[in-house]
Write a protein that binds this ligand. Structure first.
Ligand code: MRU
Length: 353
């Protein structure tokens, strides 16, 4: 069966699977420009750190392809930078869009300085750079899957099949394809090493029950849904071998921001003596911040807690606190940080590995 694809890009045409409509319907919507991408990201029609950056950057490629080359490279680069600056404001916690914007601005500077490149060629180079993100992300995710599965199998060499737990959605819906943490689970399944994956509901936005469960059923991966409040009981009852999650931003010391509820899973994993892994591409690592204290945490609308769809489920008038993410301290990431370049202890991360 073909794996799910949430981002379709062909010859300057971009479409995304509208994740607000899942699991009821699989509907693709067109993205014509950066404003459409910004709105789709803000409204969570597309979400997940890598997917946010890919859709943002591809929307710029869509615009640039249609644009007649400006008169000068300086003008072109000013325009590109303005659009990237705007895209970066769509959501605050995931760092991937920020880092993708920085890399694109650096390319603009190199092209501007290179006198043998004219403005039309510079525009083509920027478009190619942006378009390459889709294939690069899939390749990175496959490498993450292989590194992660082999590390987990090595550390559980005496076991025939493994029981994993994961949180939020880190699969094909959150990336260009294959996924990060869910990609590792996919690789374990392909190697016939997965007994069962327990996916948490991921309150209050339910990325686990709506999206991860959807992917797991779609791909026939043996899976069981648990509420977030069942995590400790499930770890004990099912003798979970490892917990694996994604990341929205990893700080230089390995502290990791991920979906709210990740931190409590790491604490629980520690007290059950279960390995805790983070799986993320290098494009989720922010070497400019020393630790997790500096990671901005998105505050989400209270209605996500007080309502299910349009039905109120919490007492009217109650105050709410709804952070979208939390930070897991590096010392709780006992299994390691799985990247496309290998598996690292949190204190071994370095920019040019
Ligand atoms: O608010 P979301 O749904 O964008 O949050 C997504 C997560 O926290 C994911 O775990 C993270 O982005 C990694 S996706 C490979």
């Amino acid at each position: 069966m073909a794996t799910l694809q949430a981002i379709k890009y062909n010859d300057g045409q971009l479409e995304i699977l509208d994740q607000l409509l899942l699991p009821e319907s699989c509907t693709f919507i067109p993205i014509w420009n950066v404003e459409d991408a910004w709105a789709a990201i803000r409204e969570m029609k597309v979400r997940g750190a890598p997917a946010i950056a890919i859709v943002g950057c591809l929307s710029l490629a869509v615009e640039l392809r249609k644009l007649a080359a400006p008169e000068t490279k300086e003008e072109l680069c000013r325009l590109v930078q303005e659009k990237l600056d705007y895209l970066v404001t769509s959501r605050p916690t995931a760092v991937n869009m920020h880092l993708a914007a920085e890399a694109c601005v650096k390319l603009c500077t190199r092209l501007t300085d290179n006198t043998s490149v004219n403005v039309a060629e510079a525009k083509d180079d920027i478009v190619k750079h942006l378009e390459a993100m889709l294939a690069n992300d899939i390749a990175d995710n496959r490498a993450i899957g292989e590194h992660g599965a082999s590390d987990i199998m090595k550390k559980n060499a005496t076991k025939d099949k493994l029981r994993m737990m994961t949180h939020c959605n880190t699969g094909s819906l959150a990336t260009a394809g294959f996924g990060t943490a869910l990609g590792v689970i996919r690789s374990l399944h392909t190697a016939s090493k997965l007994d069962q994956v327990y996916c948490t509901e991921t309150r209050p936005y339910n990325q686990g029950s709506r999206l991860t469960a959807f992917e797991l059923v779609y791909e026939k991966i043996p899976a069981t849904l648990v509420c977030d409040s069942m995590a400790a009981a499930a770890m004990k009852q099912f003798k979970i071998d490892a917990v694996i999650v994604g990341a929205d931003r990893v700080a230089a010391n390995g502290d990791t921001a991920n979906k709210i509820g990740t931190y409590q899973l790491a604490v629980l994993a520690k007290s059950h003596d279960i390995l805790f892994y983070v799986a993320a591409p290098f494009s989720s690592i922010d070497f400019q911040i020393p630790n997790g204290h500096s990671i901005p945490i998105e505050e989400r609308p209270h209605s996500e807690m007080t309502h299910t769809g349009s039905i109120r489920t919490a007492a009217a008038g109650i105050n709410c606190w709804n952070p979208g993410f939390d930070v897991t301290p590096a010392e709780l990431i006992t299994g390691g940080i799985i990247t496309e370049k290998g598996v690292f202890k949190p204190d071994q991360l370095a920019p040019h590995q």
